[in-house]
Design a protein around this ligand. Sequence first.
Ligand SMILES: [Zn+2]
Length: 275
Amino acid sequence: MSFVFPSFVLAGPVGYPFDGSLREGVSFQKYSHKTRNLFDYVSPPSFQYGSLELCKLLTDGAQFVKSNWKERLRVGDLSSEFGGPLAEHVNHQNGLEADVGLFAEKKKPPGHRAKKYNNRFPELFVDQKWTVSDNLDLQKTFELMEYFIEHATVEVILISMDITRQFMIRDLPGWNWERKLKVLPYLVHRRGHTDHFHLMLKCPPSSAECQVRPNFWKNFPGTGLKELCPAQKRECIREMTDIESQQWMRSIETIISKNKSKASRKVELPEMSRH
Ligand SMILES: [Zn+2]
């Protein structure tokens, strides 16, 4: 009598985003082929495999972008076909993450930074002096994040804090603290996220082998404070420790809740030189 291995294995994410794999990964470019005019793919097909949930969410998000703004969604790296380490990323290992382009007021054509093999996002929105470019369309970028948060179980969105700060201090049409509060707590600072944001979903309930991280920050060392420091404050330019990162996020939450209860829209920013 021979043993017959079950003909199905549970598809989807396995392990952690930083130490995981992907079973029966879905090719995003194949999945979205029929709606390919909704997208600019800025990474090669082999870098764009994900869970079914992620592929569906990106397609729905692209539909949202198209119907609201007549624009395409720029999608960079997801995961490789079987997951595991991908390019220079710490994460992107189990099909739950995607790099998504920020929106430009004036777009450069895709391929402008075409010398890059993957994540060829054409525009950079934060310069070396940590100034956020006027060319960043904050409104669209915020509303797309809001869409993802409302339509999926988002774990975290990684983005440069200079941009998060703009979301906090700016008051654009239709924005209020209620809306900001829905989005800001998901935003976590990571250096280099100045041309895209990194969307990370929670494990789908059907993926028993997908791991919930015990402590996000523990697994994400090296969060930088550089981008937040005024250029002249050299002592401020150093790596942010895990605890400081948590304190910073808590201070953002405190500021938000304080300002929510205030009639005034003026926002006090925390004293960064203390860090
Ligand atoms: Zn990423």
